[in-house]
Design a protein around this ligand. Structure first.
Ligand code: FES
Length: 121
């Protein structure tokens, strides 16, 4: 395993991302809050650039005690990212496909060494 430089920590703000190239491999690295997440940039649908599309707050349905809907709301904490080719949506915390959680992007460990961020490929 090798560590590939991503960015200086202070260059990677909340909501930022980087695409890291490692030979033929591509890894998308996201910063959300004070956490880093990294996934294969090859979409499980048809190989599109899964990590390069929109990032969007997860849509949640809130229920009344009798289980009737109170409506749909954007999550205040959970984010998804959307493949720009056909819209497969992935959970930023797990890499799981929202429409079928059995599908999951390969994940990578992200480490911070001093003021530099690396992804372990
Ligand atoms: S290739 Fe990503 S949604 Fe189709």
């Amino acid at each position: 395993m090798a560590e590939k430089f991503v960015a200086k920590a202070d260059e990677l703000k909340d909501g930022d991302r980087r695409i890291i190239f490692d030979g033929d491999n591509e890894v998308g690295v996201f910063r959300h809050g004070d956490q880093y997440y990294a996934y294969s940039n090859f979409c499980l649908h048809q190989g599109g650039p899964a990590c390069e599309g929109l990032t969007i707050a997860r849509v949640e349905e809130r229920l009344n005690p009798d289980k009737t809907s109170r409506g749909l709301y954007f999550s205040g904490s959970d984010m998804n990212f959307v493949c720009p080719w056909h819209g497969y949506e992935y959970d930023m915390k797990t890499g799981e496909c929202i429409s079928d959680r059995r599908l999951k992007l390969r994940s990578y460990k992200v480490v911070q060494r001093g003021d530099e961020v690396y992804v372990v490929t």
